[in-house]
Write a new protein. Structure first.
Length: 191
């Protein structure tokens, strides 16, 4: 597996971000040692052995495979938006999530990381309004997810995620219209 190490926040959306291949046992030992400014983080990991224990609601028409996120308190995924719908489930531990709607992107100084991902240098946990004055206008929502909670993050919504305790989360991305919206053609992008 690949663990995010070092300054993975500062390089989060760079092609050469700080990563290290290691076994799960080596990762857990490294996480237990502590002492780093940012604790090591395993994210966007496919664990097929766990898939049979996952029972996802059928809300998404074409969900991708479950992805898992594991790390101690203090791990963070900085503010970004995906262009896929995201169904996020908290398995154990707790996480703080900041959300901002897509029409507030002009206030968040977005930078394209790749064709499907935009990152923001703005940190809603430590706002620097001198550097990012427009961010004062961003409508940020803060929530904390606990074990058993599920959060739907629509495509295009900005979100930042921080572990408040050692935690395990899972998510599934989907590029299709959520089933709850039905087949109403007026809800599709571009219509």
């Amino acid at each position: 597996m690949r663990a995010r190490i070092g300054d993975y926040v500062g390089t989060a959306f760079a092609p050469d971000r700080a990563m290290r291949d290691m076994s799960m046992l080596d990762y857990l030992d490294l996480a237990a040692q502590g002492g780093e400014a940012l604790p090591p983080y395993v994210g966007n990991m496919e664990l097929r052995a766990l898939n049979r224990f996952c029972h996802w609601p059928g809300w998404l028409r074409k969900p991708g495979p479950p992805r898992f996120w594991l790390g101690p308190a203090g791990t963070v995924t900085p503010l970004h938006c995906d262009y896929d719908d995201n169904l996020f489930a908290q398995v154990w531990g707790s996480k703080r999530i900041f959300l901002a709607p897509p029409h507030h992107d002009e206030y968040l100084y977005p930078r394209e990381a790749n064709a499907l991902l935009f990152g923001s240098p703005f940190d809603p946990e430590a706002p620097d309004f001198e550097r990012f004055p427009l961010a004062r206008q961003a409508g940020l929502i803060e929530c904390v997810v606990q074990p058993g909670d599920m959060l739907y993050v629509p495509a295009g919504w900005y979100h930042q995620v921080r572990s408040l305790s050692f935690s395990l989360s899972a998510n599934r991305w989907s590029r299709a219209m959520p089933l709850v919206l039905g087949d109403d053609a007026s809800l599709r992008k571009g219509d």
